[in-house]
Design a protein around this ligand. Structure first.
Ligand code: UDX
Ligand code: ADP
Length: 465
């Protein structure tokens, strides 16, 4: 069996960048080239100043420093990297369609198809092509179709190797994965060989018993299912949080009590302002779309409710702020702490903060935003993209700060939207003193100490309390 010497990864984003950095670090004898159409992004990956890397992940800078230009390369020369590689990972974005059939629901596979066509055009030797991006079920067969009809004598093996890393803990998740899933053509010798070659790469650092192989469609569906189950847990506990707020129950106590049941387990039971991120909503929408296309409407409705509950939670949080501030936030200054969809990442895709901000802006609030990793430009891009009002109006009502005490000065309320550790250690007494009174805190992540906050004078509202 031929040993893999060169890997190419198409797409230098949140998945491609960190994944390839870990592979390069663990397999020093393999040359890994990450390519992207976006020249700026590649320049950022190649930047001397590691704070300029396009993805913020704890531990990533160290890996880049250790491996870049040794056996890890970032480039825009896609054709060359494809031509030289034995193995090609496709790690491009698959956003939800914003047009045509399946608009707002199906995944847009335009970028995947473009990659497949480019590989088909450029490849002169046999390749193993791996889908790494999260994709709807049966995408591999579409890729296969494009690749196998090139008639240039090159043979392609298609594998599905979904990524389970969570942002903010990507390097740890990649280094110590719960499992690695490889889907391929398990009924042919060539298929089995391709699976083995990929498995060998992972075996450089992952115990063999954690590497699972399945047929390609099971692999694709497992990824969607895993994310749907995780998102469903959050929507379930968020549904209970609403009930807790209406009664005397406390959602943290309920989570703890049910989490002790070993069948339920304690993880992923933190009630919040709503889940975000590039995967959960998109993957459930994909699941819903596929189910409907097979006329499984009950199945589709079931999963769709996970998203509806999440939308409700974001809206409910914003409405609670408005209601508590005496039913009007018109021209009241409100500080939003956190814009990223979770801590330890600069990613804002589908972040609850964007929607909470939009609701409050609709009510003519004046917002001041602080996030330790998200740039001002990104924050404006996110609110402007919703198209709810003009860019000028957004600029008039929203301000971004680099420092917490400026952010909160003169505000009527603070809403905690991301669970950044640094928020816990702020000088809350100083913050209280600089705010309008009564000073409200809406803790959308339940990270602050409620009794301490109340003792300082705040009117404190957690989620599900
Ligand atoms: C997720 C999956 O965890 C990962 O396996 C998959 O590869 C990609 O999608 P990610 O979106 O990066 O990862 O982050 P995750 O930690 O799953 O959090 C998703 C959202 O759920 C965040 O907004 C987070 O704040 C929220 N969340 C998570 C909660 O509200 N409560 C919880 O208990 C856990
Ligand atoms: P993910 O979270 O899945 O990694 P990102 O949006 O962070 O998604 O990254 C995907 C990357 O793929 C982007 O940098 C984008 O420029 C790149 N990309 C999209 N299509 C192509 C293509 N046909 N060839 C090369 N790169 C592409």
């Amino acid at each position: 069996m031929k040993k893999i010497q060169k890997i190419c990864c198409i797409g230098a984003g949140y998945v491609g960048g960190p994944t390839m950095a870990v592979i390069a670090d663990k397999c020093r004898d393999i040359q890994v080239t990450v390519v992207d159409v976006n020249q700026d992004r590649i320049n950022e990956w190649n930047s001397e100043d590691l704070s300029q890397l396009p993805v913020y992940e704890p531990g990533l800078d160290e890996l880049i420093l250790r491996n870049r230009n040794n056996n890890l390369f970032f480039s825009t020369d896609i054709d060359k990297a494809i031509d030289e590689a034995d193995m090609i990972f496709i790690s491009v974005n698959t956003p939800t369609k914003t047009y045509g059939i399946g608009k707002g629901k199906a995944a847009d596979l335009k970028y995947i198809e473009l990659c497949a066509r480019q590989i088909a055009k450029v490849a002169k030797s046999d390749k193993i092509v791996i889908e790494k991006s999260t994709l709807p079920v049966r995408t591999a067969s579409a890729i296969k179709n494009i690749l196998q009809n090139t008639n240039n004598g090159v043979s392609f093996q298609i594998l599905s190797n979904p990524e389970f890393l969570a942002e903010g803990t990507a390097i740890n998740d990649l280094t110590y994965p719960d499992r690695v899933l490889i889907g391929g053509d398990i009924h042919t010798e060539e298929g089995k060989q391709a699976i083995d070659l990929l498995s060998q790469i992972y075996q450089s650092w992952v115990p063999q018993e954690k590497i699972l192989t399945t047929n390609i469609w099971s692999s694709e569906l497992s990824k969607l299912t895993a994310n749907a189950f995780l998102a469903q847990r959050i929507s379930s506990i968020n549904a209970i949080s609403a009930l807790c707020e209406a009664t005397e129950a406390d959602v943290t106590e309920v989570s703890r009590a049910i989490g002790f049941d070993s069948r339920i387990g304690p993880k992923f039971l933190n009630a919040s302002v709503g889940f975000g991120g590039s995967c959960f909503q998109k993957d459930i929408l994909n699941l819903v779309y596929i189910s409907r296309s097979y006329h499984l409407d009950e199945v589709a409705d079931y999963w769709e409710h996970v998203i509806l509950m999440n939308d409700y939670q974001k809206r409910r949080f914003a409405e609670k702020i408005i209601k508590t501030l005496y039913n009007t936030v018109n021209d009241k200054k409100i500080a939003l702490l956190g814009w990223a969809f979770k801590k330890d990442t600069n990613d804002t895709r589908e972040s609850a903060a964007i929607y909470v901000a939009d609701y409050l802006l609709n009510e003519q609030a004046l917002l001041s935003v602080y996030d330790p990793k998200v740039t001002e430009g990104q924050i404006f891009t996110d609110v402007n993209r919703l198209g709810t009002r003009t860019e000028k109006e957004n600029e008039q009502r929203l301000q971004v700060h680099n420092e917490i005490y400026d952010t909160v000065k003169g505000t009527h309320a603070i809403a905690v939207l991301t669970e950044w550790d640094e928020f816990i250690d702020f000088d809350w007494k100083r913050i209280y003193e600089s705010m309008e009174k009564p000073a409200f805190v809406f803790d959308g992540r339940n990270i602050l100490n409620a009794s301490k906050m109340k003792a300082l004078g705040f009117i404190y509202h957690g989620i599900g309390k």
